[in-house]
Each structure stands twice: as structure tokens, then as C-alpha cells.
Design a protein around this ligand. Structure first.
Ligand SMILES: [Zn+2]
Length: 99
């Protein structure tokens, strides 16, 4: 089980969270000028990296707040967390990064 550290509630089981997919996807500013392919790419195309990946998570069964996590997709190690008003913070300890 993955242990995820909510920035507000602390470490909790993965089952309390909902994954929102890849982080940092910016909505295009002028959507009327996009081709169908560009719009489709924005809506559906996501990276699937082997290694470090930035994801959005919501603490669905807790505070219901969104935050970002930087996770290694090979080892499942969570390297740090970020809220929308606080930049990436490295974890204080490794307890929250267990598999
Ligand atoms: Zn929480």
C-alpha cells in the first residue's frame, strides 16, 4: 500500500486519495484557434514516463484539498509534495514514501 502524506492532514493510506492524473497541464489560452488535433492532444494526451512524474492528488476522504506530488513511477517513492500556493517541498522523512 502506498502511504501518501497530505500536506494538511499528514500520512494517510492511498485509499483515502483520488488521483487527478498528470500535473502542470495548462489550458490553452485561445481555444478557438486550436485545430481539432491540438484540442484533442490537450484533452487526452498524457505523458507516461518511466521515472519521475508529477501528479495531482485529492484527499477525497479527508480534507478534500488538491495538491501535487512528485513520484518515481518505478520505485513508487514520493519525492516531495506541493500545494498550489507552496512550491515543492522535500519530505522531512522517508516514512511517507513507502510502497
Ligand atoms: Zn488532507
Amino acid at each position: 500500500m502506498l502511504l501518501i502524506e497530505c500536506p494538511w492532514c499528514g500520512p494517510r493510506a492511498e485509499t483515502e486519495f483520488s488521483c487527478g492524473g498528470e500535473a502542470d497541464i495548462a489550458r490553452p489560452l485561445d481555444t478557438e484557434k486550436l485545430t481539432d488535433k491540438e484540442w484533442g492532444d490537450y484533452l487526452f494526451m498524457r505523458r507516461n514516463p518511466r521515472g519521475v512524474h508529477r501528479e495531482q492528488w485529492m484527499h477525497a476522504q479527508g480534507c478534500r484539498r488538491w495538491f501535487k506530488a512528485q513520484r518515481d513511477t518505478v520505485s513508487y517513492e514520493i519525492q516531495g509534495y506541493e500545494t498550489f500556493d507552496r512550491p515543492l517541498a522535500a519530505m522531512d522523512n522517508k516514512e511517507g514514501a513507502s510502497k
